[in-house]
Design a protein around this ligand. Structure first.
Ligand SMILES: [Zn+2]
Ligand SMILES: [Zn+2]
Length: 303
C-alpha cells in the first residue's frame, strides 16, 4: 500500500515553497553560483560516486576517509540517510527484476501521480523481502548517526551560507538545491523506466531501464539507466564515447592518482544469460575505456 509519509512530504514541500515564493525575489549571481557549485559537488561526489557507485554497488575501492566524505556529501543531497538509500535502492532493484512489480517501484503510473507518490509517500509491503546490509555499514557508528539525523546535516551548510550570504544564499544553497536534486532524481527515474533509448534488454524483468540522453551529463552519468540495468555492478555508467559520464571522468582521475582501486567494468562482471543486446549499431559504437590522465600523472610523478 502506498502511504503518505509526513516527514518526507513536509520536508520536500517546505523547500518547494521556499523555491517558489522566496528564491526568485532574492536571486543574485553569487547565490546562483553557490547553488550550482553545491549541487554539482553533492550530486557528483555524493549521490553518484558515494551513495550509488560505492556504498550501494561497491563498484570500486577507495580509502575509508574518502568513503565517509563521499557518503556524507550524498547525505547532504537531502534525500535520505545512507541506510535508507541502500534499502530503497535494493528494494527497487530486486522488484524490477521480478516478472511483476508494483507501479510504485517501476514508476508505472501517470507522471503526476508518480511524482506525488515518489516525493511524498512510501510503499508499505505486507511481506517485505529481507535485506542483509553489510555489517561494516549497518553497525557503523558514523553511518548510524547520519542515518538518524540526516535532515539536520543540512545545518553544516545552512549556517555558514546564512552567515556569509544571508537569506539569499540560504534559500538558493539549501532549498532550491534540494528541490532540483530530489525532484530531478525522481523525474529522471520516471523517464528512465518509461521512455528513451535501449541498448540492452533484461529478459523476464518487470521493467526495462532506458537511457535518458538529454539528462546524461547533468545527472552526473546516472541517466544512462539502461546500461545500469544491464550492468548494475559497473562503476562506469556511460559505456560508449557518446554517453557523457561526469562521475566516471572523476573516478578515472582518482584512479590515475592511485587513490581509487579495483574499478569494476562490464567485462569483469559475471555473465548474465538474461541479457540480450537490442541496439543494432553496437559494432559501430566506440566503447569507453579507462584512460591515462596527463594531469594526474604529472601530480604523481612530476613528469
Ligand atoms: Zn531502474
Ligand atoms: Zn543501482
Amino acid at each position: 500500500m502506498v502511504k503518505w509519509k509526513p516527514i518526507k512530504s513536509i520536508w520536500f514541500l517546505t523547500h518547494v515553497a521556499a523555491t517558489v515564493f522566496v528564491a526568485p525575489f532574492v536571486l543574485s549571481i553569487s547565490a546562483f553560483s553557490v547553488f550550482v557549485v553545491l549541487t554539482v559537488i553533492t550530486l557528483c561526489f555524493g549521490h553518484s560516486l558515494g551513495m550509488h557507485r560505492l556504498l550501494i554497488h561497491r563498484s570500486y575501492e577507495c580509502p575509508k576517509w574518502m568513503e565517509y566524505l563521499f557518503v556524507y556529501l550524498g547525505v547532504l543531497v537531502g534525500m535520505s540517510g545512507p541506510i535508507g538509500m541502500i534499502i530503497q535502492h535494493d528494494l527497487r532493484d530486486w522488484a524490477q527484476r521480478q516478472p511483476q512489480c508494483h507501479d510504485y517501484l517501476l514508476h508505472g503510473s501517470k507522471i503526476l501521480k508518480d511524482g506525488w507518490w515518489q516525493l511524498n509517500c512510501d510503499l508499505e509491503l505486507n511481506n517485505p523481502p529481507e535485506f542483509i546490509i553489510e555489517k561494516e555499514v549497518s553497525l557503523n557508528r558514523f553511518y548510524l548517526f547520519v542515518e538518524k539525523k540526516w535532515i539536520f546535516q543540512q545545518l553544516i551548510l545552512a549556517i555558514p551560507l546564512f552567515l556569509i550570504g544571508g537569506i539569499s544564499w540560504l534559500v538558493w544553497g539549501i532549498s532550491v538545491r534540494i528541490v532540483i536534486s530530489v525532484g530531478g532524481h525522481w523525474l529522471i527515474g520516471y523517464f528512465a523506466h518509461n521512455k528513451g533509448e535501449r541498448t540492452w534488454k533484461v529478459e523476464g524483468a518487470a521493467v526495462q531501464g532506458h537511457n535518458v540522453r538529454i539528462a546524461g551529463l547533468l545527472s552526473m552519468g546516472e541517466a544512462w539507466h539502461n546500461n545500469h540495468h544491464a550492468y548494475p555492478g559497473s562503476a562506469m555508467l556511460g559505456l560508449y564515447s557518446d554517453e557523457p559520464d561526469l562521475g566516471w571522468w572523476v573516478l578515472n582521475i582518482l584512479h590515475n592518482l592511485g587513490i581509487v582501486k579495483n574499478i569494476k567494468l562490464p567485462k569483469e562482471l559475471p555473465f548474465r544469460s538474461e541479457l540480450v543486446a537490442e541496439a543494432e549499431n553496437l559494432d559501430s559504437r566506440v566503447e569507453r575505456v579507462p584512460e591515462d590522465c596527463k594531469i594526474a600523472k604529472f601530480i604523481r610523478n612530476g613528469t
